[in-house]
Design a protein around this ligand. Sequence first.
Ligand code: AHR
Length: 511
Amino acid sequence: MNRKFILSLFLCFPLGLFAQTTVSVKNDQDAPVINRNIYGHFAEHLGRCIYGGLYVGEDSEIPNIDGVRTDLIEALKDLQIPILRWPGGCFADTYHWKDGIGPLEDRPTIVNQWWGGTTEDNSFGTHNFLNLCEELGAEPYLAANIGSGTVKEFADWIQYVNHDGTSPMADLRKENGREKPWGVKYWGVGNEMWGCGGNMTPEYYANLYRQYATFMTSWDNETGLYRIASGANVDDYHWTEVLMRDVPNSLIEGVALHSYSFVEWGDKGDAVDYNEAQYFSTMQTALKMEELVTKHSEIMDKYDPKGEIDLIVDEWGGWYEVQEGTNPGFLYQQNTMRDAMIAGVSLNIFNNHSKRVKMANLAQTVNVLQAVALTDGAKMLLTPTYHVMEMYKVHQDAQLLPVEFDSPEYTFEGESLPAVSVSASKDSTGVVHISAVNIDSEKENEVEFDLSGFDIDDFNAEILVSEGLQDHNTFDEPKKITPSEFKDFKFKKGTLKMTLPPFSVVVLESK
Ligand code: AHR
C-alpha cells in the first residue's frame, strides 16, 4: 500500500467519510401520515401505576390536581401524550365500572385478583380517569370487561360517558356531578381474550365480539365509536385470521396485538444487572415487532384490502424480573439504556408501518414495566424511555418519509441483528425529522442519508446516549441520562453523514 493511500485512509475514517450505510429517504406525497396515537400510553390498575403512582389522592401532601400528581401531569403534557388506555390489561376483565362512580364512601372495595391480590377502594374511577385525560389533552381509550361482565354493563358504560340527553345512565352521570358527556371514542372489547380475558378460542371470541359490538351505541354521531377487538398474542397469526374472517368489517375499527420484549419468558433477568447475551436476546424480541406487524398486516390486507381496519399494538415494552424486594405482582422495574433502545426501534417500526398501525400503547405509564416515570413518595424521575418518547414526539401526525437501506450488523456469538434502525417524517410546516438508533453495544456506526429530494439547509440534532448500557436514572441522580445536543454529523449537498455511537438514539430536525 502506498503512503499516500494510507494517509488518506487515516484522514478519512475519523471524519466519517466512508459511510458504511446509505439510507435513501423518499419524499413520497402518497406515504401515510404517522398517527399521533402511535405515541400512546397504557395505565392499568396494577402495582403502583394508578394508586401511589398517578393517583395520590386529593388529600396528599404531594402536589396534585384532583388527586393526580402534578409533576406527572406536567411530564405527560410535555410528551404530548395523545391517548391513554385504562383500566387494563388483565384488570379490565375483572372491573365493574359502576364500583368506581358516586360518593367515595359508597364505593365497594375490590380485590385485584391478577396483580398482587391488593384491596382497592375504587377511589380512582371513570370520572377521575376521563377528567385526567381532559387535563392532559389526551384521548381516553377505555378497555371494557367482556370476560366477567355483561353486554348491558358495557352498553351502560358507553351511555354513561357519551349520552347527551335524558337517559338512565346520563342522569346518573349528572347526579354524580358531570353534566356534559366526555365523548369517548376508543373502546377495547375485552383484553387478551386468549388468556386472562377468558381463555377463549378465537372462534368463540369472534362471535362474542359480534354480539358486544352490536350493542355498542355511539349516542354521538360526531365522535362515533372506534371498536378495538382483543388481538393476538405475539405471533398467533391464527387469531388475527379468525377475527378478520369472522367479524364483519362494519362492526370493527381496530384489531389489537400484544408483544413484549424480554430475555426469556421463563427467566426474564434483572432490569439493570444484565449481560450482553441478555441484552442481545431482548433486542431480538424487540426487533421481532417488524415481522409481527408485517405478517399481521398481510392477513388484514387479505380480508380488508382497502385498509379500513387498523392494527393497534396496545401493549408493548420491555418486561424483566421485578426489582428485588418489591411485590412480584406489581411488576416494578428500573429502566436503562436497553429500554431506550427498545423504545427507539419499536417506534421506528410503528412509524414505518403507519399505513396499517394507527395506535400503539407503551406498557405502562408509571412504576410498571417499561415506564416513562418512576415515583418514590414525593420524588419522581423520568426514565430513558421517557426521553426517547419526548425526542420522537415530532413524528406525531407528520407524513412518513419512507426509508430504504441495508443495516450494518450487530453480531454477538455468531448471531446477528440489524444494528441501525431509522424512520423519518415531514411535519405540516415542511420540517423533516429523522430518528436513528444504533443498538450495537460496542461499535459505532456510520450512516449516510441521501436527502437529495428535499430543500434543506442544515439540521439541529439531539442524542440520548450514556457511558454504560446498564446506566439508568435514580432518585439520587435523576438526570444522569438526558438528551443533549448532537454534533457528530455533516450535511452537504443533500447528503447527511453521521456517526452513531454505540447504544444511542439520535433525532435530527431540518432547518
Ligand atoms: O401489562 C401487564 C399485563 O400484560 C396486562 O395486564 C396484560 O394485558 C398483559 O399480559
